[in-house]
Design a protein around this ligand. Structure first.
Ligand SMILES: *Cc1c(COP(=O)(O)O)cnc(C)c1O
Length: 440
């Protein structure tokens, strides 16, 4: 089956998600028994997230933390935690199922995951990637271009034809992120995967799925060869650990990833593996609430005349494309005020909204990417990539949505971004000046 999951998240798309699941575990090193659906019966993702089965001798409901560097004996399943640890294996098996993958591997951070993935590159290899990338991704690619002889092409990946122009026999990897952040641009994964593989079957299409998480999107089902995520964000959900996840279907590719992890020693620690597993169990409820809050807030800002970027809004130019690939819009949005100082004042005036980088946490965050998460991209490059310096990013949490809107309203008024009317207001600086609803 090649059709994309539908926006309504119908059962067939979820069934498909487990098509390649290695139910018996024969294709992998022995590990704690997977929490597998029975033959022919598929559980929905929300069920799979919380359902885990172990082989624990005491039937512990929560997987034990094997806080041990070594394991005694010769030729056993585990000998040294850099190479393998039962707690880590358990979360890996759990994630493989949820990410619709044959194999998942967990490492110490999202950037650690990209580091492992890019270790398959050789000097002279070409990488095609986007022009609105996560700042850390940009930095690592720049390092590889400077020190590793890798040729990196930054193109507008929202246009598959732009990618086509660069794919050739030397293309080793196409690295995609969707939605991008903070510009919230959507990238057509199936088209780009098809274009890439048709021209160069050995090129790897890797997708950073951090913005959506497996509850909303499974890029491996859309034609990607590798999907990776920062587990620091939605998967963990509480900003209390750093982790990275890599998932693949191809066994040889999985072995290559494992080799680098074992060789460099970046596998996730037993305690963090356990903490990650705990976070994953509430992913569905968190995302549901965060997403509905985000939708309310995006509509609120749009209604007041701000230019809002959020794939949940019909006004998003790639609304249909996004929903052809994903089961929801996520909980990260951005908006512009038209004035950098006004934006700075809004961010500083917010109380409930914490000023912080990152996203995916249960509490709401506000930031100015050009000052924070994307500051490692120099101003000139930001300008070339049409990144508005005044853009504000909101990462919506699980709080009461009226409290969030109330706090944001107050910040907008304090910053002078809106003119106050009796009980409503409208944007005065926003670039797109649609009629403000309810304003006097
Ligand atoms: C945070 C993030 C990363 C990096 O993950 P870390 O866990 O912080 O190393 C990569 N890609 C995206 C889209 C991210 O948001």
């Amino acid at each position: 089956m090649s059709q994309a999951p539908t926006a309504s998240g119908d059962k067939s798309s979820l069934g498909k998600a487990f098509q390649k699941l290695d139910l018996e575990g024969h294709d992998l090193p022995p590990s704690p028994a997977p929490s597998s659906p029975r033959n022919g019966r598929k559980y929905a993702l929300a069920t799979e997230l919380v359902y885990t089965e172990g082989t624990d001798q005491y039937n512990a409901s929560s997987v034990p933390i094997y806080q041990s560097a070594t394991f005694k004996g010769i030729g056993n399943e585990y000998d040294y935690t850099r190479s393998g640890n039962p707690t880590r294996t358990h979360v890996e098996r759990h994630l493989a199922k949820i990410m619709s993958a044959n194999r998942a591997l967990v490492v110490s951070s999202g950037m650690g995951a990209l580091d492992v993935i890019t270790r398959v590159l050789r000097p002279g290899d070409e990488v095609i990637t986007g022009d609105d990338l996560y700042g850390g991704t940009n930095r690592l690619l720049k390092y590889l271009a400077t020190n590793g002889g890798i040729i990196v092409h930054h193109v507008d990946t929202t246009d598959p034809e732009a990618v086509r122009r660069f794919v050739n026999a030397k293309t080793a990897m196409v690295l995609l992120e969707t939605p991008t952040n903070p510009l919230i641009k959507i990238v057509d994964i199936p088209s780009i995967a098809q274009i890439t593989h048709a021209t160069n079957p050995s090129a790897i299409v890797a997708v950073d799925n951090t913005m959506l998480s497996p509850i909303l999107s499974n890029p491996l089902d859309l034609g990607a060869d590798i999907v990776y995520e920062s587990g620091t964000k939605y998967l963990s959900g509480h900003h209390d650990l750093m982790a990275g996840v890599i998932a693949v279907n191809d066994a040889a590719l999985g072995d290559k990833m494992y080799f680098s992890i074992n060789a460099s020693g970046c596998g996730l620690s037993p305690f963090d593996s356990w903490l990650l597993l705990r976070g994953i169990k509430t992913l569905a409820v968190r995302m549901e609430k965060q997403q509905s809050n985000a939708m309310r807030i995006a509509s609120f800002l749009e209604d007041h005349g701000f230019r809002v970027r959020y794939p949940g809004l019909k006004s998003h130019p790639q609304y249909d494309l996004h929903h052809s690939m994903a089961r929801g819009a996520g909980a990260v949005l951005s908006f512009e005020t038209g004035d950098v100082t006004v934006s700075e004042r809004i961010v500083e005036s917010a109380q409930l909204w914490a000023i912080s980088v990152s996203f995916g946490c249960v509490n709401s965050l506000i930031s100015m990417p050009c000052r924070m998460s994307h500051a490692s991209i120099d101003a000139k490059t930001r300008a070339e990539r049409n990144m508005p310096e005044d853009i504000i990013r909101l990462c919506v949490g699980i709080e009461d949505v009226d409290d969030l809107i109330d706090d944001l309203s107050r910040a907008l008024v304090q910053a002078g971004a809106v003119t106050v009317s009796v009980e409503n207001f409208r944007a005065i600086n926003a670039p797109s000046t649609g009629p403000a609803s309810g304003a006097s």
